[in-house]
Design a binder for this molecule. Structure first.
Ligand code: HEC
Ligand code: HEC
Length: 323
């Protein structure tokens, strides 16, 4: 008798579970398999990260003519395959953004049109937050990003505890995103040779305007600068030597913070990728004649040629903002 009731209960439970599975399966939005859907705070965090690191290139709206990268919706649609688990989606998305390569690209059309996305140097956990939210949420609606960011409105913006290294990194990465966006835009609009002038006129201006914007000085320096004004000083050269030795061992150089005259100064590596070769790679084979000509006339003392991919081109030097 007792056994019978238990069996019946088990059967009811199995039936319930099965019908829930059907309900879930009938929904065409990708469903989270294991983890619970993102909480408002997580969603707002994902929105904030996308706003800070991605929209300068992946504008959520905007007309197709001045696009320099595909919209997020197109990316989601290329990464999401029917029935895919949240885990697999997050994994393949995060893997690409951590280390963009032509081999792992799922968007050959975008690759050809815009060129390979530069490596951003973000943390894996940040990218998993972004990917998870993109998986869970419907982003058909044009206002999706604003809605995410507003997900926790009413409450003060989540006060995360960032370490000094992370606060400085945020400045370096957002400057990089803006510089990268403008550079890619200049190359696709005017061609590489003319983009040299863009770097010449705009690079310093952009880092300056970023520093004014964020109330923190930020600059790029190198042991082999193109612009002699970007030559690293002794402390910076020490970090450069460290970062080069790490890269030579196939490891990621860790950022460092130094206290100089009571100010916290952060150092962050700048590593080359394929895109950089057209201006910093091998003369003639990678830097074409016309580009070479522009570089040589603007920078007679240029030391920034002959780099390979995945080499240390220089570093970001950031005065770390307070909390
Ligand atoms: C400096 C400009 C720039 C920034 C900043 C940027 N991207 Fe991209 N991204 C691109 C370009 C250009 C492409 C298209 C070429 C390609 O696929 O590599 C792209 C493509 C992608 C793809 C698809 C890659 C593929 O080919 O399969 C993903 C995923 C992606 N971006 C995610 C992100 C995320 C997430 C962020 C913010 C954390 C971000 N991107 C920030 C320029 C950028
Ligand atoms: C269109 C040509 C072009 C491309 C592509 C390019 N650069 Fe540059 N780069 C320049 C020019 C020109 C300067 C000098 C800017 C100045 O006068 O401050 C420069 C300067 C720099 C500096 C500052 C130190 C120095 O040498 O003066 C760094 C760091 C740097 N580039 C890194 C990169 C990285 C990393 C990439 C690829 C992601 C890249 N660049 C792609 C043209 C280019």
């Amino acid at each position: 008798m007792f056994n019978y009731t238990a069996m019946k209960l088990t059967r009811i439970f199995l039936l319930l579970a099965a019908s829930m599975a059907v309900l879930v399966a009938c929904n065409d939005q990708p469903q989270s398999t294991s983890d619970a859907p993102v909480e408002p705070a997580q969603l707002a965090e994902a929105g904030r990260l996308i706003q800070m690191y991605c929209v300068s290139c992946h504008a959520p709206h905007g007309n197709s003519e001045d696009r320099i990268a595909p919209p997020m919706l197109a990316i989601k649609n290329h990464y999401y395959e029917n029935g895919m688990s949240r885990e697999d989606f997050v994994k393949s998305f995060t893997e690409f953004v951590l280390n963009p390569t032509e081999e792992t690209s799922k968007m050959p059309g975008a690759l050809e049109k815009f060129g390979l996305m530069p490596k951003l140097g973000m943390e894996q956990t940040q990218l998993e937050t972004i990917a998870g939210a993109l998986f869970d949420q419907d982003i058909q609606d044009a206002g999706w990003l604003d809605q995410w960011i507003a997900a926790v409105s009413g409450q003060p913006a989540s006060k995360e505890e960032l370490t000094e290294v992370q606060r400085g990194k945020r400045v370096a990465m957002s400057t990089k995103a803006i510089l990268g966006k403008n550079l890619l835009g200049a190359i696709s609009e005017r061609g590489t040779a003319n983009a040299v002038e863009f770097c010449n006129e705009r690079a310093i201006f952009l880092t300056d305007s970023m520093s004014a914007d964020q109330h923190v000085p930020v600059k790029r320096v190198s042991d082999q600068p193109r612009n002699p004004g970007n030559l690293a000083n002794a402390t910076e050269l020490e970090y450069i030597a460290y970062a080069k030795s790490k890269l030579a061992e196939g490891q990621e150089p860790a950022p460092k913070v130094h206290n100089i005259d009571g100010r916290a100064i952060g150092y962050y590596p700048i590593v080359t990728n394929k895109m950089c070769m057209q201006c910093h790679g091998a003369p003639e084979t990678q830097i074409l004649a016309e580009t070479m000509h522009r570089i040589d006339s603007l920078y007679p003392q240029d030391l920034a040629k002959g780099y390979g991919e995945n080499e240390l081109r220089g570093i970001w030097v950031v005065e770390i903002p307070g909390e």
